[in-house]
Design a binder for this molecule. Structure first.
Ligand code: NAD
Length: 296
């Protein structure tokens, strides 16, 4: 079997176009422009790239982008004061604090000081609890993007065996909750899982979110399974820098029914879902119907 490639770049463009359409309608019908505030503390180069990209895409879909760049020595008190100001600003519907934060700042405290209704990353403890109990929440962007691609490919996921490799708070755990919400039988595998190959071989859906280059070989993949590769790993091969996933793409594509490439799979969906979440937060804040097809 040669796998169908799930094109995350094209899918993300479709999601952004949907968001842009609905933002235009919202502006015309209610005079409301959704606004996303991104807070960056320090000069981490990767974070700077992400923040720039988020700001650019926010403006491209017609939303307002507010960037707050604070220096690396910013005190917790000053950061919390800024978040409080953004929580109370009616023009701001989504707040994202770019992680990781410098070591002297308490990440949990900072994230939990964001108004849960504006927490477009879905990391606030209230949103984690709401998702875990199957209630309306803000859903973390990367797992939401994976879910959208899976629903688009399969229609219903009900009754499928899904294995999520990785149990992080930002990908693995919320991904498992979302799959459970769509009535999959879910296994969460992690670094202490016994016989990982055997666990993965049973899966109709494999979501790999580990951060280890090509650790899942093709012969672990059940014939016809759908493989969602979240991993982004920078490696050097043949003297060149390369991005690879957690799955060995070439061998997995020979057995899978469908697979996401790296790059161009899950990656582009994350910012698209951030924009979708900002629109959702804006609609909820204004008592308007939620955008269709852009929430979990
Ligand atoms: P993390 O380091 O927080 O978690 C990794 C998880 O992998 C842990 O739960 C650990 O138990 C598990 N693990 C480690 N070694 C293992 C092994 N040998 N076998 C099975 N499980 C093992 O990582 P994260 O933040 O969840 O990110 C995972 C990967 O996804 C990274 O490559 C990251 O860059 C990528 N990522 C991509 C996006 C995106 O596409 N937009 C977003 C977030 C993360």
């Amino acid at each position: 079997m040669v796998a169908q490639v799930i094109d995350g770049k094209a899918f993300a463009a479709k999601v952004r176009a949907q968001v842009a359409d609905q933002v235009a309608k919202l502006k015309e019908e209610s005079g409301i422009t959704p606004g996303l505030a991104v807070v960056l503390v320090g000069e981490d180069p990767a974070s700077q790239v992400y923040v720039r990209s988020k700001g650019k895409q926010t403006v491209e879909v017609g939303m307002n982008s507010y960037e707050h760049k604070l220096d690396a020595e910013t005190s917790e008190e000053d950061l919390l004061a800024l978040i409080d100001k953004l929580n109370n600003d009616p023009a701001v519907h989504g707040i994202l604090v770019q992680l990781p934060l410098p070591k002297h700042l308490n990440e949990d405290l900072v994230i939990n000081s964001i108004d849960p209704a504006k927490d477009v990353d879905g990391f606030h403890i209230s949103n984690v609890g709401l998702l875990g109990t199957g209630q309306k929440s803000m859903v973390p962007c990367t797992p939401l993007g994976c879910l959208m691609m899976l629903r688009d490919h399969h229609g219903s996921l009900s009754g499928m065996d899904a294995v999520v490799i990785g149990r992080s708070n930002i990908v693995g755990k919320p991904m498992a909750q979302l799959l459970l919400g769509d009535s999959c039988t879910v296994t969460i595998a992690h670094s202490r899982t016994k016989d990982l190959p055997d666990v993965v071989r049973r899966a109709d859906i494999v979501v790999a979110a580990v951060g280890r280059p090509e650790m899942v070989p093709g012969d672990w993949i059940k014939e016809g399974a759908t493989v969602i590769d979240v991993g982004i790993n920078r490696i050097e091969r043949d003297g060149k820098n390369k991005l690879v996933g957690d799955v060995d793409y070439a061998s997995a594509a020979e057995r899978a029914g469908a697979i996401t490439p790296v790059p161009g799979g899950v990656g582009p969906m994350t910012i698209a879902c951030l924009l979708a979440n900002t629109l959702t937060a804006c609609c909820r804040a204004n008592g308007l119907p939620e955008p269709e097809g852009l929430t979990a």
